[in-house]
Design a protein around this ligand. Structure first.
Ligand code: SIN
Ligand code: FE2
Length: 216
């Protein structure tokens, strides 16, 4: 019966437009979660998580690593992409074809065909960690979109406007959800609210986010 309090809730739509050139794809990474997480563990064994320092001297609450031809780094000298992991002096681990394929398909859902990311940032949030509103603007070419894949504990993703003061929409991102944004939305302000405590059956007390970009 419509309107019955006990009626099962409608599942959220699998593909939700959240802006011009921006979509939230619920559970998009779930089909390959074990392979993706196994590949992730191998990357992290070669390039472990570390807390980077912002140019202003703050230690980020989010721990980071990278895979791909280049990785995003920050230190007192600034934000940039570098082929070498400053912690080891080695090149960042290669981006698995599985990662690049997932990113390419997600970008296609947002209207960006043939996305070829060369960088994958790996962010780890433990309870309390957050990422303030910012724009991804260290990349050479803004015609390519950003693709973000979430695993582990749920987080509140803030997706704002072109100005820092625009009130952001808030979306609860779950394990396996993917967000892709580009075109008119490429430079929107976005961020992640402080992670709530919890225990994820596969990943424990953390959230891991993969962000794919075309940096060069
Ligand atoms: C980022 O904006 O780089 C990360 C976003 C997220 O963790 O969902
Ligand atoms: Fe970002």
């Amino acid at each position: 019966m419509k309107g019955d309090l006990f009626e099962a809730q409608e599942p959220p739509p699998a593909r939700q437009p959240i802006g011009e050139g921006a979509v939230l794809l619920r559970g998009f990474a779930l089909g390959e979660e074990s392979e993706l997480i196994a590949a992730l563990r191998a990357i992290l064994a070669a390039a472990p998580f570390r807390h980077m320092i912002t140019p202003g001297g703050h230690t980020m609450s989010v721990a980071m690593s990278n895979c791909g031809a280049v990785g995003w780094v920050t230190d007192r000298k600034g934000y940039r992409y570098d082929a070498v992991d400053p912690a080891s002096g080695n090149r960042w681990p290669a981006m698995p074809a599985l990662f690049a394929g997932l990113a390419r398909r997600a970008a296609g859902e947002a209207g960006f065909a043939d996305f070829q990311p060369d960088a994958c940032l790996i962010n780890r949030y433990v309870p309390g960690a957050k990422m303030s509103l910012h724009r991804d603007k260290d990349e050479a070419d803004f015609t390519a979109p950003i693709v973000s894949v979430s695993f582990g504990l749920p987080a509140v993703f803030m997706f704002g406007g072109m100005s820092r003061s625009d009130k952001p929409q808030r979306f609860a991102l779950q394990h396996g959800d993917v967000v892709a944004w580009g075109g008119a939305s490429r430079l929107v302000f976005h961020g992640v609210a402080a992670l709530k405590d919890g225990e994820h059956p596969l990943l424990g007390r953390q959230r891991i986010n993969l962000t794919f970009r075309k940096a060069r």
